[in-house]
Design a protein. Structure first.
Length: 336
């Protein structure tokens, strides 16, 4: 069975060095010094991210992955000042396109965009799709604390809908005040608090809330063709959709549909390496296999818990496995 994975990350030392000059990312600014220093000591930029020809191919072979869709995450090229982000994002995308050209049967790519300059970001998305043959874009967290339901970002999503390519949404460090208030405590260790604030829970709640805000903003009424990809099984929101429908009714929100309908029609989900039998079966039951796409979140999930065999050996039908393994990705991303 062909396997395509969507949330597989990449970094290039040239881009790392340029972004490092501008300090830490938005969610890390204004944290207490001891927390910030601990974060900086744990930043991961190893060969798993940067090496394509050996380390990554070894992983793909072991996990039966035929194609990865590559994307930049940490450090995010658009986290630098807007006047520099346009240039750095273009360079980052050009570097990624070289890998795709070298291995067209093994890699596709999501664009990284200078979100602080929305008009330029829309132009860069168009360049990446039309000239570099990228299959969408990946965005992270918020931009300097601004949620993307702010009208200033609309040109980016309008361009994605026009080009018929999806926007994949990856977590980022939550706002420093939120991290400090909710996740750190004298009753457990600093490292526990850091993990709690980020991959343990915090940034999933943060990005799940952000996706719900996008729905409430009415963006899918304005752009019914717009598609988002939500990782980590929807970042906690799917289990709350019945409650949201109950309270946030169209007569209250002014939307044309119920909240859950937008999630069923405009949003696709990936496991991002969270290989839970119960979660898989729940998502297939609620949304159908047609809205789930395979992803291992390389290289951030420990390799010993990443396994394509989880999908292949599941209790799903062969047709459902095919949809999740490659058919949905091929259709959504227009892959040949």
């Amino acid at each position: 069975m062909k396997i395509i994975t969507l949330e597989e990350h990449y970094a290039d030392k040239r881009i790392i060095d340029q972004t490092a000059k501008y300090g830490c990312q938005t969610g890390l600014r204004d944290l207490p010094e001891k927390i910030l220093n601990a974060y900086n000591s744990m930043r991961f930029t190893g060969d798993n991210l940067t090496d394509v020809d050996t380390v990554r191919f070894d992983f793909m072979r072991e996990q039966k992955v035929d194609m990865q869709v590559l994307s930049y995450t940490n450090p995010v090229p658009d986290s630098v000042p807007p006047e520099e982000a346009v240039r750095i994002c273009k360079e980052a995308n050009d570097i990624l396109s070289e890998i795709v050209r070298k291995y067209p049967d093994r890699f596709a790519a999501f664009a990284t965009l200078p979100m602080g300059s929305p008009v330029e970001a829309a132009k860069e998305l168009e360049r990446c799709v039309k000239d570099l043959h990228f299959v969408g874009a990946l965005i992270t967290g918020t931009w300097r604390g601004k949620f993307y339901d702010d009208p200033m970002f609309f040109p980016i999503f309008e361009k994605a809908a026009e080009l018929d390519v999806p926007i994949s949404w990856h977590p980022e460090f939550p706002n420093a005040k939120i991290q400090t208030h909710y996740y750190f405590s004298d009753s457990y260790s600093l490292i526990t608090g850091m993990e709690f604030a980020t991959a343990g829970l915090g940034w999933h709640l943060d990005i799940g809330l952000h996706m719900a805000r996008m729905v409430l903003s009415g963006i899918f009424d304005k752009l019914p063709n717009l598609k988002f990809i939500s990782g980590h099984w929807g970042e906690g929101i799917p289990s709350m959709l019945d409650r949201m429908d109950q309270i946030l009714r169209p007569k209250t929100t002014g939307l044309k549909k119920k909240i859950s309908e937008y999630y069923h029609e405009n949003i696709y989900f990936t496991p991002s390496g969270i290989l839970s039998k119960d979660q898989l079966e729940y998502m297939v039951k609620v949304f159908g296999a047609e809205h789930i796409i395979w992803a291992l979140d390389y290289p951030y999930v420990p390799f010993d818990s990443c396994s394509t065999d989880f999908l292949l050996n599941s209790d799903l039908t062969e047709q459902e496995k095919e949809l999740i393994a490659h058919v949905n990705a091929e259709k959504l991303l227009h892959l040949k």
